[in-house]
Design a protein around this ligand. Structure first.
Ligand code: AP5
Length: 215
């Protein structure tokens, strides 16, 4: 299955995507995670991406396309993938169709996770992530067992530099302008779009997603 997760920043794409990847046995391809890893390693690509990410802007398509192509060429993605944070605009959606076409695949389903803006701003202020293993927590709703320490690997949890309120509000605007119109694109081109209410406990959202995606 090739599945796209759409949703505003903080809607829960990463959280739900990780659970779905485990349940469906396909890898999650998260362009944000790949870019943050490049930033952390200080690569040329990472240095270029960082200024866009810190400002809450989209990184140029030319940078992102290569990352997605490499991720899809990996043997682990041969049986399908869950796309988290990609595509983000019309050009990316068309490119994904064409890359998948080269693999004789297509987008099988699209999930849109809906969360009101104010809930998102609050969530983002509480998000903490592990820079070592990538696990995501929330100090309000999903805290680690010991404050500031990753349950999974013991790493020191950090707040993302783009989670400041004004940057989050700008990212919401970018989402509305560039990404939200993709829902209409996928509906128009005959790909099933499932919209779920993401402002509920993580387990409830996951259960509904699994129910909707089962054949
Ligand atoms: P990216 O990393 O993709 O960020 P995003 O889309 O803005 O989404 P987030 O990762 O912030 O949120 P999420 O929906 O995954 O929520 P999460 O599960 O973490 O992109 C970052 C930047 O990279 C972009 O701004 C851009 O610059 C660049 N970029 C990335 N991809 C790009 C592309 N394709 N093209 C161009 N540029 C690109 O959850 C959020 C918090 O809420 C967590 O604390 C979590 O614990 C909590 N939570 C989750 N679910 C629930 C729930 N049901 N109830 C309560 N709390 C919950």
């Amino acid at each position: 299955m090739d599945l796209i997760l759409l949703g505003a920043p903080g809607a829960g794409k990463g959280t739900q995507g990780a659970l779905l990847a485990e349940r469906l046995g396909v890898p999650k391809i998260a362009t944000g995670d790949i870019l943050r890893d490049a930033v952390k390693r200080g690569t040329e690509l990472g240095l270029e991406a960082k200024r866009y990410m810190d400002a809450g802007e989209l990184v140029p398509d030319s940078v992102v396309f290569g990352l997605v192509r490499d991720a899809l060429d990996a043997p682990a993605a041969a049986g399908g993938a869950i796309f988290d944070g990609f595509p983000r605009n019309a050009a990316q959606a068309e490119t994904l169709d064409s890359i998948l076409g080269e693999h004789a695949r297509r987008v099988d389903a699209v999930v849109q996770i809906d969360v009101p803006d104010e809930a998102i701003v609050r969530r983002m202020s509480g998000r903490r992530s592990c820079p070592d293993c990538g696990r995501v927590y929330n100090v309000y709703t999903d805290p680690p067992k010991a404050e500031g320490v990753c349950d999974a690997c013991g790493g020191a949890l950090a707040q993302r530099t783009d989670d400041r309120e004004e940057t989050v509000r700008h990212r919401l605007e970018v989402y509305r302008t560039a990404t939200a119109p993709l829902v209409a694109f996928y509906e128009r081109t005959g790909r099933p779009v499932h919209t779920v209410d993401g402002d509920r406990p993580i387990e409830q959202v996951q259960a509904e997603l699994l129910g909707r995606l089962r054949p």
